[in-house]
Design a binder for this molecule. Sequence first.
Ligand SMILES: [Zn+2]
Length: 196
Amino acid sequence: HLEAVIYTDANGVSNYFTPSGESMRKAFIRTPVDFARISSHFNLKRKHPVLHKIRAHKGTDYAASRGTPIKATGDGKVTFAGRKGGYGNVVILQHGQKITTLYAHMHKFARNIKVGKRVKQGQIIGYVGSTGLASGPHLHYEFRVNGVHKNPVRVKLPHAKPVPNSEVELFSLQTKPLLAQLDTLRENFQLALNDQ
Ligand SMILES: [Zn+2]
């Protein structure tokens, strides 16, 4: 069985945790667009569809219709939002110290997506388009760890942060009654099963 408790932290943000305070949530969602198919995989020896030359493809392409919303895959901060050569309209997000994600060829940016702004996981940051060097509407998505490109489809996604040390006491105060309730429910359920 799995046990999880909801806890609202000092900043008013609610998340699910294990009884020992580990996050139940991944720090990243795998795919930044819904209803899309992968049209080009991460491949360091790809022949470029527009340039017809061998050129490393350091991300994953998701084909989707123009205007499909693009979601931030993790909580982070906008470090770039603008036009950049072959990327066209591109957003770069910084997540903690080590990880950055990049979203290219956008038709347009979502409102409020400006350098320095914070974004939440799942927040819409822009819309699929074909700006820059693109043969059709798609999202080009990159995932870098310490500056090194990783395959976004395969990279091991870290768990979201556990309950901070400063809130451990509050966490146990809030969640003890919930866990006790769960225990009672489980015992009653077991008794009901035994009666049958
Ligand atoms: Zn691409």
